[in-house]
Design a binder for this molecule. Structure first.
Ligand code: IMP
Ligand code: MG
Length: 189
């Protein structure tokens, strides 16, 4: 967990909406490198297809793919489970599907945050039906005690409290994805 040192809290332009630093930019950076090393070693025989979940996973995907020293392929899906609110609706809608075939591929879903787990649960079933050789998940954040669906996550960056957070890809009404650190959101959604 990061502390709110003046060094850390450089996002003055967003400060009125932000609470404490939940994960600092340095902590994110270091952990992403570790995850990259782990994935490199686990998939050395068969490089995975990384499937990023738009838009929240953009920052994470961008850094993670460069931390993996294998010829990975990258594709994206867009799903919508939230609308504009900060609580899940439980309804998942595919907004953009994959461009590639999953048959016999090692597929690694790259997610920003697992909250209720409903989005991931839906994605797993949806992608699993296309007969990949393997289907695993790399989630940057896992919210403690929030999962309504049991999840087995192969890689987790950080387990965090259940507060709503923004930054490093995570948004509130499409804002604050461009923060380098992850903060609690204290403004009005
Ligand atoms: P779930 O279906 O409840 O697990 O929610 C997953 C999706 O909701 C994530 O991929 C995010 O897009 C969004 N989400 C959940 N918690 C947060 C948060 O704290 N900040 C921003 N987005 C969130
Ligand atoms: Mg979102």
């Amino acid at each position: 967990m990061g502390s709110q040192s003046s060094n850390e809290f450089t996002a003055r332009w967003a400060q009125h909406d932000l609470g404490e630093v939940v994960v600092s930019a340095k902590e994110v950076h270091d952990r992403v490198l570790e995850l990259g090393r782990q994935i490199t070693s686990d998939y050395s025989e068969s490089p995975p297809l990384l499937v990023g979940v738009l838009k929240g996973a953009i920052n994470f995907m961008s850094d993670l793919m460069r931390a993996i020293e294998l010829p990975v392929e990258v594709d994206f899906m867009a799903v919508s489970s939230y609308g504009a609110a900060t609580k899940t609706s439980g309804v998942v809608r595919i907004v953009k599907d994959l461009d590639v075939d999953l048959l016999d591929r090692e597929v690694l879903i790259v997610e920003d945050v697992v909250d209720s787990g409903l989005t991931l649960n839906y994605l797993r079933q949806y992608l699993g039906a296309r007969n990949p050789r393997s289907l695993e998940v790399c989630a940057l954040l896992l919210k403690e005690g929030e999962q309504r669906v049991e999840q087995s996550l192969k890689y987790v960056g950080f387990t965090i409290p259940s507060d709503f957070v923004v930054g490093y890809g995570l948004d509130v009404n499409e804002r604050y994805r461009n923060l380098d650190a992850i903060y609690t959101f204290t403004g009005k959604a």
